[in-house]
Design a protein around this ligand. Structure first.
Ligand SMILES: Nc1nc2c(c(=O)[nH]1)N[C@H]1C(S)=C(S)[C@@H](COP(=O)(O)OP(=O)(O)OC[C@H]3O[C@@H](n4cnc5c(N)ncnc54)[C@H](O)[C@@H]3O)O[C@H]1N2
Ligand code: MOO
Length: 409
């Protein structure tokens, strides 16, 4: 086996294993939130379909309303959903409400606060100009217009746009199914009785949450013990669940009880790579078991989380057909403290993020960086990314950070 590969190379190989986006399915609009469009969204209608009033007031002909204190005769009414059937003629006005179609002949709306009404007469407080308070047909969008591109993850405003464009259902990508298998004799589920050498499994919750944040469906395969028999059975259960991705947790390193890779190989997995030049997360494993993409995440809680953010998230974005799934997720910031030179592994330091007096993003590494610490991970705002062999850095120097809330993790 060759040595650890660089992070970029590992990401490239993980993304290559997505091959093509998952298939598409048609879902009602009510179920489209968070899904990824599989086809461009094209408007089925023009919005607004007719010129309409932006205000409650009177529809007039600007030519009649040019003189100061012009008085017009009110000949009818137009409300939202109920147009005025006639035409506004010379010296006439139509009472109109917000959203109502502009009557034929009218080319301006005078707001009601600026008129005096007396029976069927209305006297304008000031002259009107053509187009005043009118919304033109197609101001928003036109039938046939491409409104959203395939690959767009749908938020609430996108779904409103689809509704306005008269789509009752949308073609979206099938949600990636991600089976999650925790491994280790020491693990029990929260609330279960704990033996003397045991701890509570937590990584599976991080990964399941990240899967959901990426629009996927987590499939909890529970905890497998550190034996070939238990792992074989768990891998069979994983295959039966027909996931798109299998994530294993723990047992990825070199210890006598780290059997995950061996069990997967026995089940027919073709190993892609094992070990990356990064910290935490060095023993990450990637392979293929038939159609299934396998990501073996290291057991340390920080390591599994960092690997899920850096590799599982882009893999899911690729499976969902989102654009540029491997895009650099970092942004620029400044260091709040000095940092020592980095070693040969790309380093991901848990950090707090804040703004300085000038509003610049500042990154402060948290005091404890041990990869076993769940609390530090929960409290961190993000990660400072330090390239392999980075030189010592001073407070105020530029750095790159990955902000968890921006990535929804
Ligand atoms: N001789 C060496 N030892 C280790 C190396 C190495 O290169 N040589 N690498 C270290 C690094 S780096 C990491 S990371 C860990 C990863 O080891 P494994 O993936 O085999 O993980 P485990 O040994 O199963 O567990 C490590 C640690 O994490 C806890 N754990 C595991 N699963 C969960 C879970 N679902 N929820 C919460 N905590 C979990 C587990 O109890 C262990 O404490 O190996 C180093 N060793
Ligand atoms: O890579 Mo391990 O993930 O350093 O703790």
């Amino acid at each position: 086996m060759s040595g650890p590969i660089p992070v970029e190379e590992a990401l490239r190989r993980v993304l290559a294993s997505a091959e093509a986006p998952l298939g598409e399915e048609r879902v009602p609009l009510e179920e489209a939130f968070g899904r990824v469009l599989a086809r461009d969204l094209v408007a089925l209608r023009t919005q607004p379909p007719f010129a309409n009033s932006a205000m409650d007031g009177y529809a007039v002909r600007a030519v009649d309303a040019a003189a100061p204190a012009a008085t017009l005769r009110v000949v009818g009414e137009a409300a939202a959903g109920r147009a005025f059937a006639g035409r506004v003629g010379a010296g006439e006005a139509v009472r109109i409400f917000t959203g109502a179609p502009a009557p034929a002949g009218a080319d301006a709306i005078v707001v009601q606060e600026e008129v005096r009404r007396d029976g069927d007469r209305v006297t304008l407080g000031r002259p009107a100009r053509i187009g005043d308070n009118l919304r033109t047909e197609g101001l928003d969008f036109r039938e046939g217009e491409r409104l959203l591109g395939a690959g767009r993850r749908l938020g609430p405003r996108d779904i409103a746009l689809a509704a306005a464009a008269n789509h009752a259902a949308l073609f979206v990508r099938r949600c990636a199914r991600v089976a999650i298998l925790a491994t280790g004799d020491e693990l029990v589920a929260p609330g279960e009785p704990l033996g003397p050498s045991q701890i509570v499994a937590s990584n599976n919750f991080t990964v399941a949450g990240i899967v959901e944040a990426c629009g996927g469906v987590p499939i909890d395969l529970g905890i497998a013990r550190d034996s070939m028999a238990a792992l074989d059975e768990a891998i069979r259960a994983a295959l039966a669940a027909k996931p798109d991705v299998l994530v294993t947790l723990g047992g990825a390193s070199v210890g006598d009880h780290d059997l995950v890779q061996k069990a997967l190989a026995a089940a027919g997995m073709e190993l892609g790579f094992w070990k990356i030049a990064m910290r935490p997360g060095k023993p990450l494993m990637h392979g293929r078991l038939g159609d299934l993409r396998v990501l073996g995440l290291p057991g340390n809680p920080t390591s599994s989380t960092v690997c899920a953010v850096l590799f599982l998230r882009p893999l899911m974005r690729a499976l969902h057909g989102e654009p540029d799934p491997g895009a650099d997720p970092t942004r620029p910031a400044r260091l709040a403290v000095d940092l020592k030179a980095n070693g040969p592994r790309q380093d991901y330091q848990r950090c707090a993020l804040s703004r300085d007096a000038d509003g610049r993003l500042m990154a402060t590494p948290l005091a404890l960086q041990d990869s076993s610490l769940v609390k530090v991970m929960a409290y961190a705002d993000g990660l400072i990314v330090r390239p392999p062999d980075a030189a010592p850095a001073k407070a105020g120097d530029a750095c790159r950070v990955l902000a968890f809330d921006e990535l929804g993790v």
